[in-house]
Write a protein that binds this ligand. Structure first.
Ligand code: AMP
Ligand code: MG
Length: 416
């Protein structure tokens, strides 16, 4: 009797394209499905770092508010200038303007930031002239209007200075301070709950049996949410039990705008998250053509969207960056945002089949090439910490050779 051939490890893998949702289709679907869900509140501009602007911030004055000198030097009317000009009495300094008029053919001592006095439209740098005995002497090459800043050349009063949906950072705070915008309207922080599921899960600091594991996903996800400016809500942990999952979701839906769960999202016996979402009639179990992180269970619990992420920490990490982040940002009012890749030469070779997109834990080496983590094992959480970003391999088949360009997404582009 001949022996049956051994089953190959991937014998149950579905053929490419059958029932697997491409990443881009899943993203397009999510983008169309959600909108802003948070209210607007007024906050002091100086405290608004990290918040999302809900309405354009309008300049209450121009920047600069008045024409002024860009350097320390001497100001005069370009039309009437000669190689040697007498200086008028007095000077114009920042905060101490010269009140009079500078007659044509005369120059005035002027300092950086000082208002241009009447009659002055050009400033020569002090390093380019010699001044003595009440006269200023200079050579050729000066242009009309040199070293002057026009009123409003940066921003005009009444113009939108910062657009709605912008995340407020140091630069925006500086601009709005310069434009005398003391308060702004921002979106309230999106409250995003994080729930872990699984009978094997223990909390950090608790005792654990050898068959138990510590909850890595919840602290990881809570930290990501904090980085993105949301209000993280720790929903704790639910056992693999229908009632426990239902009561955790009931509670969560009262206090959260969105819920991230990890584990129990597949279609197995112990996958209660997808089971109860299915019972609520809102489950979409997406089998995404993505490695790592294929199952993504999406549902609505009492009106609140639930992202059922894979339990595997590496898969939860990647699916959160790729799917949950842009969706939550849109719900927060920041608009749909996906990071821009950097094209960098690969420090490795790789071939892949068509049919799914792959993300590899990666970082840039000393030669400016991108290396991938030694193992693609999705249980290898250390690889996340080793990496500074992800390489994206396309849905199509590819034969990557060392030095070929690859799409690299630094973690900083994801805001983590
Ligand atoms: P599941 O999606 O529930 O089948 O879980 C897939 C794998 O991820 C299993 O090995 C789980 O033990 C593991 N896992 C699930 N939840 C977590 C968690 N919160 N932290 C670390 N590993 C987890
Ligand atoms: Mg589980």
């Amino acid at each position: 009797m001949t022996k049956a051939p051994l089953l190959k490890d991937d014998c149950f893998a579905l053929p490419a394209g059958v029932n697997w949702t491409p990443v881009d289709d899943a993203l397009a679907h999510l983008r169309a499905a959600v909108d802003v869900v948070v209210d607007v509140e007024t906050v002091p501009t100086v405290n608004a770092g990290g918040r999302i602007l809900a309405r354009d911030a309008i300049a209450t004055r121009s920047n600069p508010p008045y024409a002024n000198a860009a350097v320390d030097g001497y100001g005069f009317a370009f039309g009437g200038h000669t190689k040697a000009m007498p200086l008028v009495d007095g000077r114009s300094a920042a905060g101490e303007p010269f009140e009079g008029r500078v007659p044509a053919g005369f120059a005035i001592r002027i300092l950086t930031g000082a208002k241009l006095p009447e009659g002055v439209d050009t400033v020569v740098m002090q390093e380019d002239v010699s001044a003595k005995d009440g006269m200023v002497h200079f050579g050729q090459g000066l242009k009309s209007g040199a070293n002057c800043r026009d009123a409003g050349e940066d921003v005009l009063q009444g113009q939108p200075a910062v657009k709605a949906a912008t995340k407020i950072g140091a630069a925006e705070i500086a601009l709005m301070a310069a434009l005398n915008i003391p308060t702004i309207q921002v979106y309230k922080k999106l409250r995003v709950g994080v729930l872990s599921t699984g009978d094997e899960i223990r909390q950090l600091g608790e005792a654990a049996e050898p068959h138990q594991i510590y909850d890595a996903n919840r602290p990881m996800l809570l930290e990501m949410l904090r980085n993105w400016g949301f209000e993280p809500v720790d929903l704790g942990h639910a056992k693999d039990d229908r009632k426990a999952v239902v009561s955790a979701l009931d509670k969560a839906a009262k206090s959260c705008d969105a819920i991230l769960t990890s584990g129990g999202a597949s279609a197995g016996d112990e996958d209660y998250l997808s089971t109860v979402l299915a019972e609520s009639g809102t489950l979409n179990l997406w089998r995404i053509a993505l490695k790592p992180g294929r199952p993504l269970a999406l549902g609505i619990w009492n009106g609140v969207p639930v992202f059922g992420l894979p339990g595997n920490p590496v898969a939860a990490f990647v699916t959160t960056l790729i799917f949950a982040r842009p969706t939550l940002l849109k719900m927060q009012g920041a608009g749909w945002q996906v990071p821009q890749p950097i094209l960098l030469p690969a420090a490795f070779e790789q071939s892949k089949k068509a049919g799914r997109r792959e993300y590899l834990r990666a970082r840039i080496n000393a030669d400016g090439k991108v290396e991938k983590f030694a193992s693609e094992g999705s249980g290898r959480i250390s690889g996340l910490s080793w990496a500074d970003g992800l390489i994206e391999l396309p849905d199509q088949a590819m034969q990557l050779k060392t030095g070929d360009p690859v799409r690299y997404f630094p973690f900083s582009g994801f805001g983590i």
